[in-house]
Design a protein around this ligand. Structure first.
Ligand code: C5P
Length: 484
């Protein structure tokens, strides 16, 4: 299918799309995709399973508070359109990506101010950063124009979030030491907002004990980390951990932080356990049964709960995602390991089971690699895995106050989710369509229905980060109304 070409739309349509996208905190492409899927749903093109009940037949779920979601229209919880990000660009080859980052933030209606360190100006110019952000880019600590006009203290104070991308080893060292001999470091010392750091450096520099020490100091100071990712370096034939997180990943993290500004402590003092990713059930030492789950939704929920101040334990099956910042991640392979890790992580106020746990495992995995023989393929005897969600939901002592499951369905989603809610004994189920053409498995967009004992709410298609934010805010609200 041809991709959407926004450039070919007429100006009025483009302007409308830009405004809608900014209002919802999405890119114009994502907004266009969402408009098209809603239109398809309205025409019945997505089949009966995705059609929603008529608005007035949907009862209002009772412990779920405040907003009326019954018409399927959810309040926009994304960053305010006038949120202000101060982007500090360090001097590394990844600086070219920060230009794309400015563009993506601006597309979401976020105001971006840039500071370029002296080294950054070896890679990009203040002119290009200024042109993309729509405001002059700042470079000097003692710039009479800046001091008269904005001043480094105001630069720091007027930001809702500071993003440092790329954060070089040198910038991190300066920040950790609290030095203030240039504009970037002086602003960092004067700030009172949160800082999102996207390190980028050679893997040896990242692994160096000095960088590890600086990183420990910075995380102790409350700085939030995104990346670095593993991959190839700009230097020929070098690979390892040190690539800057991709601009879209930085934007997602920035939106989560901006959206939770003001609600930073809504889950403070709460303990949340989240399962995520697939499980791997061994057949022999080299083969296993698994599934296509990426862990994106579960990891996003863990990150969003931590952003609201919760103590989060993420029990994750094998996923290729970085561990979310501010979260204790416990890595497991099999369903039985996952159950054991969840049990160890309890007691908790809330447990969210987003993992795609394998329903069956091989009864007797072979100790050695199974050989091909003339007798044909081996017969694999399968037995059922423990149901982690049902086990925790049915606990008579120490049950979390809120137990939430997912129902990944390919047909009759809501009907199956309601049955699952009763069968598993959980409080809420998020039902989502994982049929091959939904693109949910491994994709970035999710369309969920929140099913409770009282009713069903259908949320519009949105990114997995937005689903996570909406869910944890719901959790925070619901806990307020529940007895300990
Ligand atoms: O039964 P089904 O796999 O569709 O249920 C999905 C929900 O149950 C998800 O929340 C999943 O994390 C959880 N689950 C579990 N342990 C299993 C199977 C599913 O926790 N063995």
């Amino acid at each position: 299918m041809a991709s959407i070409t926004i450039r070919r739309l007429d100006e009025a349509a483009k302007r409308h799309l830009r405004l809608r996208a900014a209002r919802h905190g999405r890119s114009m492409e994502d907004e266009a995709r969402i408009i098209l899927s809603s239109a398809a749903a309205a025409d019945g093109a997505l089949g009966p399973s995705t059609q929603q009940a008529p608005p007035d037949s949907v009862p209002r779920p009772s412990p779920l508070p405040r907003e009326d979601h019954s018409a399927g229209v959810r309040e926009d919880r994304s960053a305010r359109a006038d949120s202000r990000v101060l982007l500090i660009v360090g001097g590394g080859i990844a600086a070219y990506k920060s230009l794309d980052l400015i563009r993506r933030l601006r597309e979401r209606g976020i105001l971006v101010r840039c500071i370029l360190t002296r080294a950054a100006q070896e890679f990009i110019t203040a002119l290009s950063a200024g042109a993309l952000s729509g405001e002059r880019a700042y470079t000097d600590l003692f710039d009479p124009a800046v001091e008269l006009d904005v001043g480094h203290i105001r630069l720091a104070r007027e930001a809702d979030l500071i993003v440092v991308a790329p954060a070089t080893a040198d910038l991190m060292a300066k920040m950790a030491a609290g030095s203030a001999d240039d504009l970037a470091s002086a602003v960092m010392l004067a700030r009172d907002c949160r800082v999102l750091l996207a390190p980028a450096m050679n893997p040896s520099m990242w692994a160096h004990p000095a960088t590890r020490r600086n990183l420990a100091t910075l995380t102790d100071d409350g700085v939030i980390l995104i990346g670095p990712n593993a991959g190839e370096m700009a230097e020929a034939r070098e690979a390892g951990i040190g690539r800057m997180a991709e601009p879209h990943e930085i934007v997602a993290a920035a939106l989560t932080l901006l959206a939770s500004a003001g609600r930073d402590n809504a889950l403070a003092g709460r303990r949340v356990v989240v399962t995520s990713g697939p499980t791997r059930e061994p057949i022999d030492p080299v083969r296993y049964i698994a599934n296509r789950s990426s862990g994106k939704q579960g990891h996003a929920i863990a990150a969003a709960a931590a952003a609201l101040g919760a103590e989060v334990i993420l029990v994750s099956g094998p996923a290729t995602l970085p561990d979310p910042t501010g979260v204790t991640t416990v890595k497991v392979e099999t369903a039985r390991d996952m159950l054991a890790a969840v049990t160890r992580a309890l007691p908790a106020d809330v447990a969210v089971f987003a993992a795609a746990v394998a329903d069956w495992r091989v009864e007797e995995p072979n100790a050695n690699k199974i050989k091909k023989t003339q007798r044909g393929p081996p017969k694999l005897g399968l037995i059922e895995n423990p149901d982690i969600l049902a086990t925790v939901a049915h606990m008579t002592r120490g049950r979390p106050r809120l137990v939430i499951g997912f129902a990944a369905e390919t047909e009759r989603m809501v009907e199956h989710a309601k049955a699952k809610l009763a069968r598993k004994g959980c409080d809420w189920i998020l039902a989502n369509d994982v049929s091959a053409d939904s693109g949910v498995m491994g994709g970035d967009i999710n369309t969920v229905h929140l099913v409770t004992a009282e009713g069903v709410e259908s949320w519009p298609p949105q990114s997995k980060e937005e689903v996570a934010r909406a869910l944890v805010e719901r959790i925070a609200d619901a806990l307020v109304g529940m007895r300990a």
